[in-house]
Unconditional design. Structure first.
Length: 665
């Protein structure tokens, strides 16, 4: 029974992966132009075309859940990203201001205003700090003692419990001599700022505040998330909020779904307006993408779809939203093809039974049970010598088969949704898995995607797992027109950046290969250059023309690398800095990184304080350290850098880096 136990264990791992890979199947529309039960063409394969259908009823939804109950994959919207508006020299820091900004104010109009570091220029993303040039809005958490320390004898004290004050501090930013906290909002969260509306994304609510009077902000609207619903992500573009929420599926009453209530009026999504793949996939949650008017909180267009809780990314350009989801091939089909290609391993009867099993409309768990039965009968027919030979042959041959067919296992589906009306305009797929929204970029009607092949995807009968990394270029209908394959074999992607007709990729295992990609010809993309250095970069930022900054780690410390990419065939690390920090939020959250191109400087927070670096003359020089452990963000107004900590705000003169002001919060 040894060989069957071995096979059973490995197949169990394989089932877990393949079920997990069936993550987030988007493609729905809360749209009146789809009749009940209509379907949308989703994914052509070699033998068939997969479609997306609307549920006909709650019972239809329940039956679908029953079929997919064996799946245990999860999906969630990734965060992170990089600004990708052609080739920008950094964060879009300068922002135009309304003509009436000085109404009732005696300060001069700020010439420059720093804004949140975002993925795409002028498409804002929620973060804990925002400014309009007059005020700064900072969502913070401050610790304090609940009671004074109590003495017990002369040399020992019991420390009291800590408490936390959470609020949005409203700070007057100008003039410098009058910098002060002038108000607060008691509902903390991540923020968006649209004109005189501050939008707060809290744990269970979304608030709209009128901040025309900054000392007395007034709540004007509120969205309450319903039970089982979570906030996932949001964007602000062209005067509209694009809101993504997720509602866990109630298997007893899966629809209609009410993700939230706006002004106490629920948004109700009928069963016939929730879409799902025609083939079985996990339906652990329904996702809702809606447009919200920031002025009054009313809901506009809406798209609804089912999915699970992991392996999903959202990328938004100025014309479209791209939603991705992971899925995997039927593991029985993969094993059938393996045995068919290695027909001498098993009798023809076994291959025929696997082919028949493939056609059954059963859950993955039921098919697995049937597969166990088939393999048990095969084992019982073997003597000890045959079992031992089979064990070695299947291990070696599966390793070889996976090298050739590994891209057939895990794939990422991509759905293109028009930003103007939230209608689905195209769909496609690429092999492998995305890292996060860093991995996607739209340029000249083409979408570029960076993926890792094989990571956590195969335990292959005890065989080795091989990974590789690919770049795919898709046209406006999301059909693949070009690719670069097998970058950084046996490694995985740690960061990606697409800038105009170039791409930059970091993979990592023991050294940090930095790849430069030529994407000028979508049908013939090429890897132009490679640089191998110790450590890795998990965030890449275009710091200047022909210069890329990498933020990552080496030997357990924060590492900064400045890359010269003027010659794409020969990238160079021209400067580096080892920061005495074990971590920086900027490595995993691009919002924490701030660049001021005028002064050729950037800020990033660490565990011990905040750090300002100069990159003048191709050097990385630490010009200012702010010894505040709770330093979180920095932004500039005119030529002053405002460093925000949970306890205070510190204003630095960027010409000298001397302190201009310090105000307790």
């Amino acid at each position: 029974m040894f060989i069957f136990s071995r096979i059973k264990t490995v197949i169990a791992f394989l089932v877990i992966f393949l079920a997990a890979g069936l993550s987030f199947f988007v493609i729905s529309g809360y749209r009146n132009d789809f009749a009940d039960g209509d379907s949308i063409l989703l994914r052509p394969s070699r033998n068939q075309k997969q479609k997306i259908k609307a549920f006909k009823s709650a019972d239809d939804f329940k039956n679908y859940i029953a079929k997919t109950s064996a799946g245990n994959g999860q999906a969630g919207f990734g965060r992170g990203g990089a600004q990708t508006e052609a080739f920008s020299l950094g964060t879009p820091m300068a922002k135009s201001l309304p003509d009436d900004i000085n109404a009732g104010n005696d300060m001069a109009t700020p010439a420059r205003i720093g804004q949140t570091n975002v993925q795409v220029l002028n498409i804002d993303e929620p973060d804990i700090a925002k400014t309009n040039g007059r005020e700064i809005f900072f969502s913070k958490e401050q610790s304090f003692f609940k009671d004074a320390p109590r003495p017990l004898g002369e040399s020992f004290k019991i420390m009291p419990d800590y408490g936390y004050r959470k609020e949005i501090s409203i700070i007057k930013a100008l003039p410098i001599k009058e910098v002060a906290k002038i108000g607060k909002i008691d509902q903390p969260g991540t923020l968006l700022l649209s004109g005189d509306r501050l939008i707060v994304f809290s744990d269970r609510e979304i608030y709209g505040y009128d901040i025309a009077s900054s000392t007395a902000p007034a709540q004007t609207w509120k969205i309450d998330l319903k039970d089982r619903t979570d906030f996932v992500d949001a964007r602000l573009f062209d005067g509209k909020i694009y809101l993504v929420t997720r509602t866990g599926v109630n298997s007893l009453a899966p629809c209609p779904v009410e993700p939230y209530a706006a002004k106490e009026t629920p948004l109700t999504i009928a069963c016939s307006s929730i879409y799902h793949p025609a083939t079985a996939a996990p339906a652990e949650a329904t996702y809702n993408l809606s447009t919200i008017d920031p002025a009054n909180g009313t809901t506009g267009a809406t798209v609804a779809f089912v999915g699970s809780y992991d392996n999903t990314a959202i990328y938004m350009s100025k014309t479209a939203i791209y939603a991705t989801y992971g899925y995997s091939s039927d593991f029985i089909e993969f094993i059938y093809k393996f045995f068919k290609a290695n027909a001498d391993l098993v009798p023809a009867e076994i291959i025929a039974r696997l082919k028949k099993l493939m056609s059954y409309e059963l859950s993955a768990g039921a098919k697995t049970t049937e597969f166990y039965d088939i393999m048990a009968k095969l084992e019982n027919a073997m003597d000890g010598d045959a079992r031992l030979k089979f064990q070695n042959e299947i291990t070696n041959r599966m390793d070889s088969y996976y090298q050739e067919h590994g891209r057939e296992l895990a794939k990422t589906g991509i759905v293109k949704i028009a930003a103007a009306d939230l209608k689905i305009t195209a769909n496609g797929e690429v092999p492998g898995r995305l890292l996060n929204q860093f991995s996607l970029d739209e340029y000249e009607n083409h979408l570029r995607a960076a993926v890792t092949i094989g990571e956590n995807s195969w335990w292959g009968f005890g065989g080795a797992r091989q990974t590789a990394n690919d770049i795919y270029v898709l046209d406006d209908q999301l059909k693949t027109v070009g690719s670069i394959k097998d970058l950084g074999k046996e490694e995985r992607i740690y960061s990606a950046r697409f800038l105009g007709d170039r791409g930059y990729l970091v993979t990592f295992k023991q050294v940090d290969p930095f790849f430069v990609l030529d994407l000028s010809d979508p049908k013939n993309p090429q890897m132009k250059g490679e640089l191998k250095i110790p450590g890795y970069s998990s965030y890449l930022h275009p710091i200047a023309k022909n210069r890329i900054l990498g933020v990552g780690q080496d030997n357990g410390k924060v590492k900064l690398s400045l890359f010269d990419i003027a010659d794409p065939a020969a990238p160079k690390e021209i400067a580096k800095y080892a920061l005495d920090e074990y971590w920086t939020e900027a490595a995993t959250n691009h919002h924490a990184f701030t660049q001021d191109e005028k002064f050729q400087a950037f800020f990033l927070p660490g565990g011990q304080g905040g750090y300002v670096f100069s990159y003048k003359d191709d050097k990385l020089e630490l010009v200012k350290a702010v010894a505040e452990a709770s330093a979180k963000r920095a932004l500039y107004i005119n030529d002053n850098l405002y460093v925000l900590t949970d306890n205070k705000i510190i204003v630095l003169n960027e010409a000298s880096w001397e302190k201009e002001a310090e105000v307790a919060l």
